[in-house]
Design a protein around this ligand. Structure first.
Ligand code: DOR
Ligand code: ZN
Length: 350
């Protein structure tokens, strides 16, 4: 049985780092595992301008020990009123990789998001010209649509027409959760890729409701049935460069999860790589983990692959029941449970 996995330093291409005290509490947890991350802009208020995104980048850096080596990248939050000139401003910033499409009302702090894709067609055209990437939360918000079908319907109604209309626009369908999402990315041109989270690779929707409601497994898009999980896993281990790592680690304080209307988001950051390793190991595909975690995303974003290595060891340990700190208590994914892999060496300092 394979006991160790050696990986080039990986990156997280979809991460919520929050702001203020919560940022200071969680940033180092991701920086310990990843070399770079694409930080999400759904703050309060959202990062709707490049200038705000760059100021946030500095706050992220300030929240980490000096010389840490972690490099955050940003996506700017699209609204119906994003000014066209913002696209050329973004194109000048090496740390801004694109714009994030949150359909208004789809998820946490998406209230200022886009109410109709036609409203941002000029922006998409300019992004295509400037070769900026559109990061997509792919769910419709139509209340008529069953929550488990929202990704599938978004692909049919919104994404397929956008790809046809803007054939050179590079798009990442983030946190894919369905067979339809996998099929869409596979069948789309080279311009389209997708990220996969650890929770969607490891769990199906039974995890949310078996033996009681488990709020710490609730995220959006919500976990789907087992056939979908199988489709995601086969995409992750396929070696297809269109699929890569994006944890969507999304910390919320315990009291905002364990309540009558709990927030969506799984705090996977403390053991993100270990969770992916478990999923790949269960599928007998540990040899495919490095490309998924460390190469495909960097290649898609046209950034150099990292240098340096990390090592994961087969070794059992127990996830703490919570992570306390300045902002409060956060319950991690797999709290109090056994993990089978452990990161045993940390990224070398550059
Ligand atoms: O579960 C989620 N949590 N999904 C998202 O799209 C947003 C995220 C958050 O910011 O909490
Ligand atoms: Zn997210």
């Amino acid at each position: 049985m394979q006991q160790t996995v050696h990986l080039t330093r990986p990156d997280d291409w979809h991460l919520h780092l929050r702001d203020g005290a919560l940022l200071r509490q969680v940033a180092a947890v991701s920086a310990r595992q990843f070399s770079r991350a694409l930080a999400m802009p759904n703050l309060k208020p959202p990062l709707i301008r490049v200038e705000q995104a760059l100021a946030y980048r500095q706050r992220i850096l300030d929240s980490l020990p000096r010389g840490n080596g972690f490099s955050p990248y940003l996506s700017v939050y699209l609204t119906d009123k994003t000014p066209l000139q913002e696209v050329s401003v973004a194109a000048e910033c090496p740390y801004v990789l694109g714009f994030k499409l949150y359909p208004a009302g789809a998820t946490t702090h998406s209230g200022a998001g886009v109410t109709g894709l036609d409203k941002i067609y000029p922006i998409l055209e300019a992004m295509e010209e400037h070769d900026l990437v559109l990061q997509v939360h792919g769910e419709v918000t139509d209340p008529e649509i069953d929550i488990f079908d929202r990704e599938k319907v978004f692909i049919e109604r919104e994404l397929i027409p956008v790809v046809a209309r803007f054939p050179r626009l590079r798009i990442v369908l983030e946190h894919i959760t369905t067979q339809e999402g996998v099929d869409f990315v596979r069948g789309a041109p080279e311009t389209v890729a997708g990220t996969l989270t650890p929770q969607h690779l490891l769990y199906n929707r039974n995890m949310l409701l078996t033996g009681g409601i488990r709020p710490h497994y609730y995220c959006l898009p919500v976990l789907k049935r087992e056939t979908h999980r199988q489709a995601l896993l086969s995409a992750a281990i396929s070696g297809n460069p269109k699929f890569f790592l994006g944890t969507d680690s999304a910390p919320h304080l315990r009291q905002h999860k364990e309540t009558d209307c709990g927030c969506a988001g799984c705090f996977s950051a403390p053991a993100a790589l270990e969770l992916y390793a478990e999923a790949f190991d269960q599928a007998g595909a540990l040899d495919k983990l490095e490309a998924f975690a460390s190469f495909h995303g960097a290649d898609f974003y046209r950034l150099p692959r990292n240098s340096g290595k990390i090592v994961l060891r087969r070794s059992e340990w127990t996830m703490p029941t919570s992570y306390g700190g300045e902002a409060g208590e956060i319950v991690p994914l797999r709290a109090g449970e056994t993990l089978r892999w452990r990161l045993s060496s940390y990224p070398e300092k550059p």
